[in-house]
Design a protein around this ligand. Sequence first.
Ligand SMILES: [Zn+2]
Length: 460
Amino acid sequence: MSLGIVNGTIVTAVDRYSADLRIEGGRIAAIGTGVAAGCDPVIDAKGLLIFPGGVDAHTHFSLPFGGTMSSDDFETGPRAAAFGGTTTCIDFAVQYKGQSLRQGLDAWFAKAEGKATGDYAFHLIVADVNEQSLADMKSIMEDGVTSFKLFMAYPGVFLSSDGEIFRALQRAGELGGLIQMHAENGSVIDVLVQQALAAGHTAPVYHALTRPSIAEGEATHRAIAMAEIAQAPIYIVHMTAAEAADAVAAARARGLAVYGETCPQYLFLSHENYLEPGFQGAKYVMSPPLRAREHGERLWRALQTDQLSVVATDHCPFCMKEQKELGKDNFAAIPNGAPGVENRMQLLYHGGVAEGRFDLHRFVQITATNPAKIFGLFPRKGTIAPGSDADLVLFDPAGTHTISARTHHMNVDYNPYEGRTVQGRIMKVVSRGELVVDGDRWLGRAGRGQFIRSAPFTRV
Ligand SMILES: [Zn+2]
């Protein structure tokens, strides 16, 4: 059975043209005039743009955190992602202290297998940098996981020392892996948190006040310096701060293989959200925190000028009821994270394309093509081309969509963007040749998502 899509306008990171698509065996078989002849079924995409399915390079499905678990799993998470035009999620497997890398990765394969509603790849969080872990990075890479995340925050849980980080950078550089960094100075932050609690400050806003932007800028600069000494590439996750953007911009201007990621929450929300009445500020407790508006403006400029390369979500949802509430009397006990996997493409089209900050091609590049390239999934994912997976978003630029927890598909009881109306509407989503989203209808199923192997890093 082949699927045809006719009369649409195909948009990639570099091209824009009208053509028909013929899809066979989950892949794009042909693009051109009349190639859908004989296909069954045929979708008419008249008036619609066709984007490559989005690649969200930063999700946390079923992540244990602070005595609870992120509320989307591999069934609800990728399904919500698909409704928002994202057909591949790169989730973070976790090696905890005392475990081998293999144990950590296997635990995440078990969470996804038979359950995933969409395609997924993995990064691996390395909490225990030791001789064995460094040796094991090779076999993990042979199994299709080629990016490793380290932390400069969360002392005692995830934080690695500079020496450990440096050794991991050297090892990744030698193997063709890519180190991702959570860049915040966790030791300084821990002191500020203890001092705030000792002074009786318990409200959610203190989460932000104890994680200053300079702590992120300093760590970002330090991480890049260590990568330069190690002659290894580095990818900075969830950047929020002007200081951090400046550090990445300076490194890129010098020709270093340094990549920066930001997330919609840092572009569309701000520190003011922490001042919402009652305990509402807890909705936005995430690390790093939301910043003052001028930081958001700096991040938009960095996206316009290729100083930042990727917009991902750091999707890590916790319900207000019973989960965020764990920190009612202590901001440091609020589970860190927020939902977003469903809203990334909608928000970026609106704020980027509809509001005139960049064009359609840059939108595709930062939401699909760049993450697919940087994490070794391209050209299978991240573009529309013969031989690529048929992951497609049929998008009506004339439509609109209002974001709300009442209608979203994420398994969480609030939406940080509640009530916002965005320009453009996702009409249909195709994943490996299968129509999985048709308007409000879900046509996919649990277990249909596949693990996608990442190739070793090549310079993007
Ligand atoms: Zn994260």
